[in-house]
Design a protein. Structure first.
Length: 368
């Protein structure tokens, strides 16, 4: 028996089986490294077996294990968050698992719905809304009035057309041809002009007052009466004859004739110029066909009438290149009628004579 004690936790080497041959002797065996012995573990205390308690006695309590007392720091409370999405303030606890605690800081409200903040009213916005309302009501009222007037205007237009056909014998001559015609801004460059009536021709047919070619163009409308008057300006340097030709045609015929004059520009053809009225014993005595310098002609469709004016120099000079008023009043025109303002004179008298006719046929029409 070896005197060295074997460690209790190291098992003995396994026994060699008898059938295994012994290893051959190959020489001296090198020494194995030795492991330092572990210190022996202290013996565990042996706990005596528990004794059964006596009858009626309480079982003994197991001894309580005691540990040293160390101070455990208590975690600080997390900061409270404030939610102001609603009218009242709500405190939220961000700790996981913490219950939702709502503390209303404002007026009570229903959590199932969202309260909308009132939008402050702006005085400018209120004023703009009021203006839009007034304008809208005005537009609606204007549209209704226009519809009402349009619906009843057909009968009134027919009455005015019929009244216009009788103006040649119903209207006073001073209303058809005023003794003085004021032309505000009617001259070249917007100058004011004034013309004085010097002669009125007796009413007649169209055979002597119109050139044959112009009479043939106006023949579809028929000629009821032709009225004429001649004027001179304040300087007595120019003459102008105004003509009112009352037709026998209906509204549709006058509309077709007006369309033809505009489409074919018949009012700008020299061979369709109206004739002037040369009254004997007046400054217009020598105002003939050769003295015509500019003219303007308008076919009306709301009245059975054709209005024209033809102008020339008062000294009786001949004009070899007469020019229609539309061309003589254009910017940059350098012809003699344009520079003398004869185109402005013819155009002004045509426009004012047309306005007078419409005013006589319809009293609420403004006369220029």
């Amino acid at each position: 028996m070896s005197t060295q004690a074997r460690r209790p936790d190291v098992p003995p080497p396994p026994a060699r089986r008898p059938e295994e041959p012994a290893p051959a002797d190959t020489g001296p065996t090198p020494p194995r490294p030795t492991t330092p012995p572990r210190p022996a573990a202290p013996p565990r205390p042996v706990t005596p077996p528990a004794q059964p308690p006596a009858d009626g006695a309480a079982p003994p309590k197991s001894p309580r294990r005691t540990f040293p007392a160390f101070p455990v720091p208590r975690p600080a409370a997390p900061p409270r968050l404030r939610d102001r999405r609603h009218t009242g303030a709500v405190d939220l606890d961000p700790r996981p698992g913490a219950p939702f605690a709502a503390t209303p800081r404002g007026p009570a409200h229903d959590e199932a719905t969202t309260r909308l903040r009132p939008v402050p009213r702006s005085p400018r916005r209120t004023a703009a809304a009021a203006v839009c309302l007034v304008l809208g009501l005005g537009l609606v009222a204007g549209g209704a009035a226009g519809t009402w007037l349009t619906g009843g205007d057909s009968a009134g237009a027919a009455d005015r057309f019929a009244a216009g056909a009788a103006l040649w014998h119903d209207a006073p001559v001073d209303r058809l041809f005023p003794p003085t015609v004021q032309g505000k801004k009617a001259g070249p460059g917007g100058a004011d002009r004034t013309w004085t009536r010097i002669a009125v021709a007796p009413d007649s047919g169209c055979a002597k007052g119109l050139d044959p070619l112009l009479a043939s163009v106006l023949e579809p409308a028929g000629c009821a009466r032709l009225l004429r008057a001649t004027y001179t300006d304040a300087t007595r340097s120019e003459l102008v004859t105004v003509g009112l030709l009352f037709t026998r045609a209906g509204k549709q015929t006058m509309t077709d004739l007006r369309t033809r004059f505009r489409t074919e520009k018949l009012d700008q053809r020299r061979d369709l110029m109206p004739r002037p009225y040369a009254a004997e014993g007046t400054p217009a005595e020598g105002f003939g066909d050769d003295q015509r310098a500019s003219w303007s002609l308008t076919v009306l469709d709301d009245l059975p009438a054709v209005v024209y004016a033809v102008s020339g120099f008062a000294d009786g000079r001949e004009t070899t290149e007469p020019q229609p008023a539309a061309s003589a009043t254009a910017d940059g025109a350098t012809t003699a009628p344009a520079q003398a303002g004869l185109g402005h004179t013819a155009l002004a008298h045509t426009e004012r004579a047309t306005a007078r006719l419409r005013s006589l046929a319809r009293p609420d029409t403004e006369e220029r």
